[in-house]
Design a protein. Structure first.
Length: 505
């Protein structure tokens, strides 16, 4: 047996935030060269632990040993110098900079005369994107990239550091199946080089495909560390949530009603690209009490379709949009809201949350008129409205005046859904609504979607996970390169049939 100390040892680490103990006496170790998975529900403490390891958080109780020596990072640069880099779950990119500039931010390459070496950074960024087998221009401004491409930039950024330890915090949450496969090939090459990987994911198939050992966190404590070969996904899930997660049962078939949304020959022009159209001749209808899924690979046009329906597309779409028999045209999201359409965006951090506001303020911000008294906002009425949503959607928070950032990802998402439900929509658009959310919270959001649908709401949902669409939807539309290439009813769709349509050019 080896007498070498573990590469990383965490001993009795505790981290407290106001009103919350994020980590409670956590101890675990990671051996050199292994892929160690850390799993747990949102709010279990995974990301907090990773922020300690990567130098983002330096104020905590307990001991962190690296290569057998007590270590205390003052910041991320210290961690990088020690050979640790991290791919964050919540993307930490500067929107106004290019992909290449983001990759080398703070580590810019310079010429012998001290000027920025744009050519060298662009060339290395191209090499990194080639390793990831993706087509992202190093000169593209990050704000113009979709969430999946932004996540690939974050991954390239971490790979650009010659690292000995790579922390991957939900690296596939916005990637398609083909992009996940490419990332796994990169992981394999890193392991061949001897890189130690700490891998956080809610996806049990990934954890069991990649890991050597699995540590389960629950409520800020280590529950167990298991050899991957000696356990099963069901056992790990049970350890994560303290109960079995059964398959979602919606209690029988839904009954759809009248057509609430009709889309005819919707097309979206695209600038500066060989293809003329981002979307071309899309036609479909949505009925009350129906969940309609939109499937497709990254770049197929799923998000663009929802943006057209909500009046936030980058270009003016062509075609007809009819809501409850009335043709509409949206110049702004406020127009769509007045027509009864609501959108929960795929990028919760950047486009969904007001991070400086409280839970209650995030819920009520679109409907403050309901909290007015004598022309002024009644904070008591506002709190009452927020409390009703907290109870209705089972949002786990210490109080409605708690910071929205203190909530787990799943509970933050419930707050965004609650906000739009207060607008009394006729059509609810959900763009990848469970991205980065654990299995327990996913099941709760599925039940919320089903309940809203049974109350007569028409719902359109996109997802990068085909099993999710198959679980939730009554019908599935498939997009490929901006065109509608398939439509399946519940009794006809399978993962294979959807994937065949998604790759049909």
């Amino acid at each position: 047996m080896s007498t070498e100390p573990p590469l990383i040892a965490i001993e009795h680490v505790t981290k407290r935030f106001p009103g919350v103990v994020a980590l409670d006496d956590v101890s675990l170790d990671v051996t050199a060269g292994e892929l160690h998975a850390i799993v747990g529900e949102n709010g279990a403490g995974k990301s907090t632990l990773m922020k300690i390891l990567s130098g983002v958080i330096s104020d905590y109780e307990g001991t962190f040993l690296l290569r057998g020596r007590p270590t205390d990072f003052a910041g991320t640069r210290d961690a990088e110098r020690a050979g640790i880099s991290i791919i964050h779950q919540e993307l930490n990119l500067v929107d106004e900079l290019s992909a290449a500039a983001n990759i080398f931010l703070g580590r810019e390459k310079r010429t012998p005369l001290g000027f920025l070496d744009e050519r060298a950074m662009t060339g290395e960024a191209e090499t990194l994107f080639a390793q990831l087998e993706c087509r992202i221009s190093p000169q593209e401004t990050v704000s113009h990239l979709r969430v999946g491409d932004r996540q690939l930039v974050e991954i390239a950024k971490a790979l650009s550091i010659e690292t000995e330890i790579l922390i991957m915090d939900e690296p596939t949450s916005a990637l398609t199946e083909s992009e996940v496969e490419r990332l796994f090939r990169v992981v394999g090459r890193l392991r061949e080089r001897g890189v130690t990987i700490i891998y956080i994911s809610h996806k049990m198939d990934e954890v069991f495909q990649l890991s050597d050992r699995i540590t389960v966190l629950r409520d800020g404590r280590v529950v167990v560390t298991l050899d991957r070969r000696a356990t099963t996904p069901r056992d790990v899930t049970h350890q994560m949530v303290g109960r079995d997660i059964e398959s979602v049962d919606f209690g029988g078939a839904r009954q759809s009603g009248d057509v609430v949304l009709q889309v005819e020959n919707l097309s979206l022009p695209m600038r500066s690209n060989a293809r003329t159209w981002r979307l071309k001749d899309i036609s479909f209808c949505l009925r009350r009490g129906e969940v309609l899924g939109i499937a497709g690979l990254m770049g197929a046009g799923r998000t663009e379709l929802l943006e057209c329906l909500f009046g936030t597309s980058s270009e003016t779409p062509q075609g007809r949009i009819v809501v409850e028999g009335c043709e509409v045209s949206f110049a702004h999201a406020a127009d769509a809201r007045r027509a009864g359409i609501a959108l929960v965006t795929e990028d919760r951090k950047r486009l969904g949350l007001f991070s400086q506001m409280t839970v209650g303020e995030n819920i009520t911000i679109c409907t403050l008129n309901a909290a007015l008294a004598a022309g002024l906002i009644s904070h008591r009425r506002e709190a009452q409205i927020a409390d009703e949503s907290v109870q209705l959607l089972n949002i786990r928070t210490s109080a409605t005046n708690a910071p929205i950032t203190s909530l787990s990802g799943g509970n933050q998402q419930k707050c965004v859904i609650a906000r739009w439900l207060h607008t009394d929509p006729k059509v609810l658009l959900l763009d990848d609504p469970t991205r980065g959310i654990d299995v327990g919270a996913k099941a709760e959001i599925y039940q919320i979607i089903d309940g809203l649908c049974r109350e007569g709401l028409g719902i359109i949902v996109t997802s990068s996970e085909l099993p999710e669409l198959i679980t939730l939807c009554d019908r599935v539309l498939v997009l490929c390169e901006g065109r509608l290439t398939g439509e399946f009813s519940r009794d006809a769709f399978t993962e294979q049939a959807i994937m065949e349509a998604a790759t049909r050019t």
